[in-house]
Each structure stands twice: as structure tokens, then as C-alpha cells.
Design a protein around this ligand. Sequence first.
Ligand code: BTN
Length: 322
Amino acid sequence: MLLKGSNDFISGEKIGSTLFISRAAVCKNISALKKEGYNIESATNKGYLLIDDKDIVNKFELESRLKTEFIGKNCLFYSELTSTNDQAKKIVNENTNIENGTVVITEKQTNGKGRQGRNWVSPEKSGVYFSIILKPNITPMETPQITLITGIAVANAINKITKLKSGIKWPNDVIINGKKVCGILTEMTAEVDKVKYVIVGIGINVNNDKFENIIKDKATSLKIESGINLKRADVIAAVIEEFEVLYKIYADKKDFSLFIDRYKKLCLNMNKQVKAVFKDRQITGTVCDIGQNGQLIIKTSNDTVSIISGEVSLTLKDGKYI
Ligand code: BTN
């Protein structure tokens, strides 16, 4: 955007001649940008000046930040959706040739979905909600590995842009100071032993100031933890870039064991007491390892149990479980 690179007013005439559009079209475009939230000052005989860079998420803000090879090259932006995962599913069903790495993003979800049938609270303009469409050459059994890799990418991106230290509660809740800041929901469609596509949905609480009652003790945001209002487009771009680096290695080598050490370093459950609920069973024990497929390995008083999905608690410093 022309106005972004300038500290001074730019005349309507100059904008028009650079973009090959009429003065009337310049006025129309400036009004549209103001409606989107850009703070643009207009002065007679001087032209237009972009006053400050607001926290705006749109196709332009994302594409101008992303330096990736294929993830996010095709960004589909919506002001409102029920769920980016559902929209991504609809898109792949309608067009099976959709580019690998297409990203579906929205400002607000009216029916954001969480794991285990829960919902993901998705207010406008405070969090980020997006889904990445992938076509990996893997079996359905291997899909959870992509979820774990996504957790590593989000934790790395958060550490990079905020300097906050985040960790992962197995399998994929990103946690800061004992509270959840990001959730990941991976869904897939598969033939008998081959995945057709995987949709990785990521929700991050970015500039939320507070949370509603039921989740207020469990949820946090990057703003609450860092005291800084972040640009959501920066957060999305950082996650997508981190994810692409890891996913390229994964897709190329088809070897999850390359990520186990990185995952274990971030995994907050490692060597901790946990309560795990899976297949209607509840066990208590100590996490002793992460398996070759990303399973959580728990040593109980009389057994060693390996779980690939389910709900696992995390013991905090004050002895509470989350
Ligand atoms: C969880 O329960 O922790 C997973 C939450 C996943 C939320 C994200 S927001 C973007 C994408 N669209 C959805 O409907 N859910 C995921």
C-alpha cells in the first residue's frame, strides 16, 4: 500500500497516476480503507497521510508480511465465519485441486470449534483464527504428528515475537504461566490408508483483555502476559513461517522422530504427575517419554501406558491441575 511507505502526505493526483486510477477512484478507495479501520488523514491541497498502523488483519496485511514458499501463498480472508475449519472443509470438498498450504482466516467465528466437542470462544478483533489446508502423503495414524509439530511452531513463534516463554500441554495446548493461550484442532479426510487432506485449525488469544467466567481461570492472552498490544497479522505471519519450516522437513523426510527432542523440550507434562482420561479409562502416573508417533508415555504404579489421544492434566507449581 502506497501510503504505508510514506511519512508525508501524498496527493490524490500522485496516488491516481501511480495506480493508474482516476481521482474519484482514489477517493473511493480511501473511504473503503477508512471503513476497514485504517486511520488516514485527508487535507485539501496536500492529499492523504496514514496516521498510525492499526491492528488490522486482511489479505494485504498478511500477504505483505509472509515470506513463505507455499503456506499462505493462497490466503482466503473472511470478515466472519462459523468456523475456519468448517470453511476449509467446504473449500476442499468443492475444489479438490485447491493449493496445498491454502490458509483460511477470519476476524470472528460464530461457532469456533475446540477439541472433544468443545467450542472455541472467538471474539472479533482480539484473537486470531485460521486453518491451514495440507495434502500430506501420510497415513491417518500419522496425522496427530502434524498437530504436535503445529504446537512446536506456535510455541516458537510466540517466544520469538513476545519473548514470553510458552510450553505445550500434551498434545497441543500452548500454555503461558499455567494458562492456555492457543488451541489447535486438526481434522482430516482419508481413504483406507491414505490421507486426502488435513486441516490444521489454530486459535490464539492475542489482544483479549479478559475472558468469560467459565474459562477465566484457564485462559490467557499474549497481551495479558506481555502487557503489549500486538498486531494480529504479525502473530499469524510468525506462526505460518515457523510452521512452514517444520512442515517442510516433516513432509520431506516423513520422520516424526526428528521432532521428538524439540517437542519434549517444550512439553510441560514431561516428568510430571498426570491424570489421563482415554477410551473411558482414567489413569494416574508420571510422564516418562514421547513415543515415535507422538504418543504420551506414562508410567503408572504397575504398568507403562502409551496414549495417542485423550485428555491429560498438568500439575501446576501450586499443586493445582489444569
Ligand atoms: C482446542 O480445543 O484447544 C482447539 C481449539 C481450536 C480453535 C481453532 S480457531 C481456528 C480453527 N477453527 C475452529 O473452529 N477451531 C480452530
